[in-house]
Design a protein around this ligand. Structure first.
Ligand SMILES: Nc1ncnc2c1ncn2[C@@H]1O[C@H](COP(=O)(O)OP(=O)(O)OP(=O)(O)O)[C@@H](O)[C@H]1O
Length: 806
């Protein structure tokens, strides 16, 4: 047997037609009776052992059972070898039994997981015709047993090819026979009877023998005879009785009786009559004993090997485990380190959070402590708020009432002014044009609103007598001069003085539009080009003035001084200097600050001496008549002196300090051109020199030495002015200034009025615009807030002057 499953190995006999196959199992004791029955029943026939080896599914090692599939291949292989050796040992035992009765037997083996299937397979493959096998375990034997009991026998009985006759034996007795045709045609009892008859030479045996498919009558008797012969040949010759057939009296009975006594009893029987039988038996025993020892030693060696393999495996496993443990240990250490780092970070974080928590707790506690105080403060604030709200409501109500009263008073006041104007018209026949002489009294509220609550960014200058703000008053851009509020001068007195000043009108005098007696402020027309000082000193973005413009300014100043000095009573300006010379959009110069000193209360009014001495700007003293400190009086010549310095400044552009000396020197050295202001362009040198000499005369220390403005100065200036007019740079006197022209009628305006959009229109034109249903600005097309119109007195005066001159 090669060891492969299903591979059948046949040894010795191959004449299946004449061979009785005996299926023997691992249990020699059980199968021995079956074998002996076959020997006895088919004496003289060839016997062949049939064995199916079923490999164990589990292995018993060191008192422990292991499933085959759980063991190593080499272990299983070794175990299988061991099993096969055992099987061979078992078969050898069967062969020995047969040898002892002088029968040479063959053997056919296969290895498969299922014994009964293996038997059927062998039958089929070798076309086996005669088979003897066990019907049941010996212990199940009884006289009444008449059919197969074991699972294997049942299977073989049912599945084996029909060409095979099978005898099923139990405890050395035939229990059941399956004939070749496959029908259960004979009963054990009848078979035995026929056997008996055969043994007794009964003729009926032939008939029964026919029923044993394939086994001829002759063959049946022959079997028995030959068997008897064989036995007789070895011991004595007598036919087998029924009991002998059962192995009771037969010499083979002793073989059948027990495994332990088999060899000995059979050898006794078999070796009866032989002389050296005893010795052979002993040798056999020894041999057997040695074999058993060898087998047990082999088993032990195998177990030792298994143990060693196991130990080796365990050791390898232990090494593997140790390595795994080591690497896991390293991992653990690494992880532990990481964990420790994380833990330390977390501890720090925890500490930080704890500190934060403490901090927050403290803060919370503080807040909690403060809470009642804050709550009480809140309650107080709320009640204060309520009180204030109440007060505000009352104040608003009061304000509304006051406003109503104010508006009413304003209307009354305007009415009164109108009436006053009417009366003045009557009184002053020369003042025919009431519009021209219109003079406004503004409320403090209006002044406040006009200056955006005296916004510092709206402040345009600080003078000796107060600050000047620009403002928007009744849609007109104005300059508001805030005079000191202290003093004994009453509102009526102030208003009267102001009104008197407002009557002094000249195109080169800044127009006094109105006053606010409440705040003691004077409201002037606003001149957008700043003062002359800024242009001479080129302060800010002021461009240098051309010599033509300077000549024009000189002429204008001379004109206005002549006008003032010729007025009855004579008006002395007394404070002529470049900061008081303002320039309008067309660089027309206008003298400001006229008569301010009359509006300053007597107790506030400084005498001329300390006034000039105390001035913060020492340059201002240069314009002062040097005679004033001695006489303490302002004269017409005082204005001429100041005018002389202003003239020198216009010519040279130099600072006032030392200007007289510088010009004098230049003239004496005949290098006058060196002191001329080159930024003004190409001065006509000769005429300019004449003017400079005249200016120096104006600056004579003694008033009597100074020239007369009308007879001496004016003509020189006019000469220069004519030169200027002939120069193409100088604008022609008849050119109509664009702002004199009404945007609607495109004619010089007769009654210029300011509308809500800030533009000035001819009164009839804009009224016609409104009367035609327009509520928008003719210039911007935007909706107007109202349709009220305000006379533009300043423009009216300018137009008048311009018209007179041209
Ligand atoms: N109507 C005006 N339009 C535009 N700017 C004006 C007007 N009136 C005054 N200013 C500006 O305000 C400045 C201050 O004027 P103010 O007359 O109060 O002081 P001052 O001429 O510097 O000194 P003083 O008080 O000696 O006359 C002027 O220099 C001028 O720049």
């Amino acid at each position: 047997m090669g060891g492969g499953e299903g591979e059948i190995e046949i040894e010795g006999l191959c004449d299946v037609e004449n061979t009785i196959f005996v299926a023997v199992g691992n249990n020699v004791k059980e199968s021995k009776s079956t074998l002996l029955w076959a020997l006895q029943s088919f004496a003289g026939k060839k016997i062949c052992l049939l064995h199916v080896h079923e490999p164990a599914h589990s292995v018993s090692l060191i008192n422990e059972k292991f499933a085959v599939n759980k063991l190593k291949h080499q272990v299983v292989k070794a175990y299988r070898e061991l099993e096969r050796e055992k099987m061979n040992e078992v078969l050898k035992q069967y062969l020995l039994i047969l040898a002892q009765v002088g029968v040479q037997a063959g053997k056919v083996c296969t290895e498969t997981d299922n014994v009964e299937k293996g038997i059927v397979q062998i039958i089929a493959q070798h076309d086996i015709r005669w088979l003897v096998m066990g019907a049941a375990a010996d212990k199940h034997y009884s006289k009444k047993l008449s059919e197969v009991k074991s699972k294997k026998a049942t299977f073989v009985c049912q599945q084996a090819p029909v060409s095979c006759s099978i005898w099923f034996v139990c405890n050395g007795c035939l229990i059941y026979t399956r004939s070749r045709c496959g029908n259960l045609i004979s009963h054990v009892g009848s078979f035995l009877r026929s056997d008996t008859k055969l043994l007794q030479g009964n003729a009926e045996a032939d008939e029964d023998a026919d029923e044993v498919g394939g086994m001829s009558k002759g063959f049946a008797s022959q079997v028995l005879v030959q068997s008897t012969d064989n036995l007789v040949g070895t011991s004595k010759s007598y036919p087998l009785s029924m009991d002998e057939m059962r192995g009771v009296a037969s010499p083979l009975y002793s073989l059948h009786k027990s495994q332990g006594h088999l060899d000995r009893s059979s050898s006794v029987v078999l070796l009866e009559g032989k002389s050296d039988g005893q010795e052979t038996s002993e040798i056999c025993d020894k041999l057997e004993h040695a074999k058993t020892n060898a087998a047990s030693l082999k088993q032990k060696a195998f177990e030792e090997s298994v143990k060693r393999w196991k130990t080796e495996e365990d050791a390898l496993e232990a090494i593997r485990k140790a390595e795994a443990l080591e690497s896991s240990c390293m991992n653990e250490i690494k992880q532990r380190k990481e964990m420790e780092e994380v833990l330390s970070d977390q501890r720090q974080e925890l500490e930080r959070m704890k500190n934060q928590h403490d901090q927050y707790t403290k803060e919370l506690q503080m807040v909690r402590d403060q809470k009642p105080v804050l709550e009480s403060q809140l309650i107080e604030s709320r009640s204060a708020e309520e009180e204030l709200e109440e007060k505000i409501v009352q104040a608003v109500k009061l304000l509304v009432t006051f406003k109503e009263k104010r508006d009413k008073l304003q209307i009354e006041h305007d009415e009164a002014i109108r009436e006053l104007g009417g009366l003045r018209k009557v009184v002053n026949k020369n003042a025919a044009d009431s519009f021209k002489l219109q003079f406004f009294a503004f409320s403090f509220w209006e002044i406040n609103e006009a200056t955006r609550d005296f916004d510092p960014s709206w402040k345009i200058g600080d003078g000796r007598y107060g600050s000047v703000y620009k403002g928007l008053l009744r849609h007109l851009k104005v300059a508001i001069k805030m005079l000191p509020s202290r003093g004994s001068q009453g509102h009526v007195e102030f208003e009267h003085e102001a009104w008197a000043l407002s009557r002094v009108r000249h195109r080169n005098l800044v127009t006094l539009i109105g006053t606010c007696p409440e705040s003691r402020s004077l409201v002037y027309e606003y001149l957008r080009n700043g003062n002359l000082e800024e242009h001479l000193a080129c302060q800010g973005k002021a461009p240098p003035l051309s010599w033509q413009t300077r000549t024009k300014i000189a002429s204008e100043l001379c004109s206005v001084l002549i006008f003032l000095h010729s007025s009855r009573p004579c008006i002395i300006h007394g404070n002529l200097k470049p900061t008081n010379v303002l320039l309008d959009a067309n660089f027309v110069s206008k003298l400001s600050d006229l008569g301010i000193r009359h509006l300053i209360p007597r107790d506030e009014k400084p005498t001329y001496k300390p006034t000039f001495c105390n001035k913060t700007d020492p340059e201002d003293s240069v314009y002062e008549d040097p005679e004033i400190p001695e006489t303490g009086e302002l004269t017409v010549e005082s204005d001429v002196y100041s005018f002389g310095i202003v003239l020198l400044r216009l010519l040279t552009g130099r600072p006032a300090f030392g200007i007289v000396k510088d010009v004098k020197c230049a003239l004496e050295r005949d290098n006058f051109s060196t002191v001329l202001d080159r930024r003004a362009g190409e001065w006509p040198l000769e005429e300019t020199k004449t003017l400079a000499q005249l200016a120096l005369r104006c600056c004579e220390n003694k008033g009597e030495d100074r020239p007369d403005l009308v007879s001496e100065v004016w003509s020189v200036i006019e000469l220069l002015r004519e030169l200027c007019t002939s120069n193409r740079d100088c604008k022609g006197p008849h050119r109509i200034p664009s702002h004199f022209v009404c945007p609607i009628f495109q004619e010089v305006m007769k009654e210029p009025h300011i509308a809500a959009d800030g533009f000035t229109y001819e009164a009839d034109a804009i009224k016609g615009w409104f009367n035609s249903g327009h509520k928008t600005s003719p210039m911007t097309n935007l909706k107007l807030d109202h349709c009220d119109l305000t006379p533009n007195n300043a423009l009216y005066n300018a137009i008048q002057e311009w018209q007179q001159r041209s």
